[in-house]
Ligand binder design. Structure first.
Ligand code: NAP
Length: 226
């Protein structure tokens, strides 16, 4: 798959290298051609580098790592994004003393509003960059979830398969509006990592357990509460 990285910082560089290791074609982008090329040079694995404009034209799937910046300010024209999958891995800036506000509208939904012809998918916002170092092994053994939300089934499926390629366990979270929950979860994980000093390798794995054979607690009874 042709994958473009718009903004090749910690997240962009890491995910790009991992996808390139899995034989995807990766193009790293930055504000200057030189920086994009330098990232590609150090990444190796037949990657290319250049401007964010070049990246946007190249990729069928694009990773957007630029928090809160309208793509219209990053690219010469956003028309180039029409029909493309745009993965949004962003989280809000951590507020002082972790005094989070409830997320009424997610960064991913804002991005989708700014580029309505792109297929925005939320993913990769609930683990720190350090976790990527473990990909694909021993990461696979830990069943680390990548939560994927987006309005189009096909786009979600593609992003889920890109997550599986590098050793994660993708979780289909449905429509893009559920990015509100995922961004809240990203905030919570960062609170554990930094606020509770649990460290950068703290992340989340969803488990669906096997049904209990013997329901000795009487099973779920009808309730007036939802
Ligand atoms: N780092 C993590 O562990 C982690 C984990 C999960 C989610 N996230 C989220 O992922 C996002 C990126 O994090 P990161 O750690 O990769 O950040 P980063 O290392 O600072 O990279 C962000 C990139 O954005 C680009 N950029 C910033 N402002 C720009 C602008 N006005 N126009 C064009 N490009 C601009 C920079 O590009 P240039 O190279 O051109 O300067 C930079 O490479 C954040 O929203 C963060 O919350 C991060």
């Amino acid at each position: 798959m042709k994958i473009g990285i718009i903004g090749s910082g910690n997240m962009g560089r890491s995910l790009g290298i991992l996808w390139a290791e899995q034989q995807h074609e990766v193009f790293f982008g930055a504000r200057t051609k030189e920086k994009g090329q330098a990232v590609a040079e150090s990444a190796g694995n037949n990657t290319q580098g250049g401007t964010n404009d070049e990246v946007a034209a190249f990729g069928d799937v694009l990773l957007y790592t630029i928090r809160g910046v309208n793509p219209a300010e990053v690219l010469t024209s956003i028309d180039v994004l029409d029909g493309k999958i745009l993965i949004d891995c962003n989280n809000y800036e951590i507020p002082e003393n972790f005094a989070y506000q409830a997320i009424e509208y997610s960064l991913a939904e804002k991005l989708a509003e700014q580029v309505p012809q792109a297929r925005v998918v939320k993913a990769f916002n609930t683990m720190a960059q350090e976790v990527f170092e473990l990909s694909p092994q021993p990461l696979k053994e830990y069943n680390v979830s990548v939560f994927v939300a987006g309005d189009e089934d096909d786009a979600r499926k593609i992003v889920m398969s890109l997550a599986a390629d590098i050793g994660f366990a993708p979780v289909d979270c449905g429509e893009l509006r559920f990015a509100r929950l995922l961004e809240g979860l990203g905030d919570f994980i960062r609170y554990l990592i930094i606020g509770q000093k649990m460290g950068s390798y703290t992340t989340i794995s969803i488990n669906t357990l096997p049904e209990a054979k013997n329901q000795r607690l009487g099973g779920r009874q009808a309730s007036s509460l939802q």
